[in-house]
Design a protein around this ligand. Structure first.
Ligand SMILES: [Zn+2]
Length: 347
């Protein structure tokens, strides 16, 4: 049944209660974790638990609770957690979430947790290349770096995954700071949708205005860096987009912005890990989708990452070359390394 939309006060009170239930599970014996989670009336675990490594999911869930705590109590208020009627966790190898506004049901695929967990060798490789390069590497030097065999295996698995999802080997990439930052960004993006849904029209409009300004900046950068051509530029102009598509993309940009902001507020890992993680995330989408392609619901991954960069550049009030060299150096190297590696493997 479609329920009445609760008031902010009602959401806050429900949210508070839910937060305490989650903290309670978090502090309980890990062996009782799944059974206690299943007993919560507002959470439903859908499908069968096929996780090869339930421990990894437990780690991911603790992160989720930590993030929720940060958002619920310190930033946006408990209404975030009390706004929806039911949270459905689905054991699917896909990633992403869906939101039923009418019934206030949120469905989150757990695939993203599995996939973050699978890239352990990739994190270690990026870590060693980036930490070994004292400053920003020249482009031709980056393009000469070869990915080690175990990294190639992981990236090949991403390319092969496609719509079918990822095989679950039960690795523990989550224990690496890049994996952790990636997980936080992905979860904070989904929570960003919830925050956005529960907010006032005025704030929603303001966030969109901001996001479209960054979008314009990203498009202009794309044109000057020859990452998009004139025709692509004209096609992607905000005014050329179908209204329905623009509305959906706007939601994603706002969730990305809120996700990045939330993840950057939680120490550790620091912002260097976060920018590496964001680039790994979007390049992984490129690999899984077999190209930098957008859809009616989601803009292309590279566009999304460039818009996050544009927002960060705006905060620092510097030009693109200076921003990429000095403020987004680790992220930029990551992006170049992965683009080269994925291109080579995909051939
Ligand atoms: Zn989204």
């Amino acid at each position: 049944m479609q329920g009445e939309r609760p008031t902010v006060e009602e959401s806050a009170s429900i949210g508070n209660e839910r937060m305490h239930q989650l903290i309670d599970i978090q502090s309980s014996d890990p062996s009782e974790f799944f059974s206690r989670l299943e007993k919560l009336s507002w959470i439903r675990l859908a499908g069968s638990n096929t996780l090869a490594n339930p421990g990894a999911f437990h780690v991911a869930f603790l992160e989720l609770v930590t993030l929720l705590q940060e958002i619920v109590f310190n930033q946006r208020g408990p209404a975030v957690l009390g706004y929806f009627e039911r949270l459905e966790l689905i054991y699917s190898a896909h990633f992403g979430a869906t939101y039923n506004h009418l019934y206030r049901v949120v469905r989150v695929n757990l695939g993203v947790l599995l996939y973050v967990n699978e890239l352990g060798a990739t994190y270690r490789w990026l870590d060693s290349v980036i930490l070994n390069s004292a400053s920003v590497m020249p482009l031709d030097e980056i393009s000469r770096v070869e990915a080690p065999a175990d990294v190639q295996d992981e990236l090949r698995a991403l390319l092969a995954a496609g719509e079918g999802g990822l095989p679950v080997t039960g690795k523990l990439g989550l224990t690496h700071p890049i994996g952790l930052a990636l997980l936080r960004f992905a979860i904070a993006h989904e929570l960003g949708h919830l925050i956005d849904l529960g907010e006032s029209q005025r704030l929603q409009d303001m966030w969109r205005e901001n996001a479209w300004a960054d979008y314009n900046d990203a498009l202009q950068y794309g044109l000057s860096a020859r990452w998009i051509d004139q025709a692509g530029y004209a096609r992607l102009q905000r005014t050329s987009l179908d209204e329905r598509v623009a509305a959906r993309w706007g939601r994603e940009f706002v969730a990305d912005g809120l996700g990045f902001y939330t993840a950057s507020r939680i120490p550790p890992p620091n912002t260097v890990w976060l920018q590496i993680a964001v680039e790994v995330f979007f390049h992984s989408l490129v690999a899984v989708y077999r190209g930098d392609t957008g859809s009616e619901t989601h803009p292309s991954p590279m566009l999304r990452s460039t818009i996050i960069r544009a927002g960060q550049r705006k905060l620092r009030r510097v030009g693109w070359p200076e921003f990429l060299a000095q403020h987004w150096g680790p992220g930029f190297i990551t992006s170049e390394l992965l683009a080269t590696a994925i291109r080579k493997i995909g051939r």
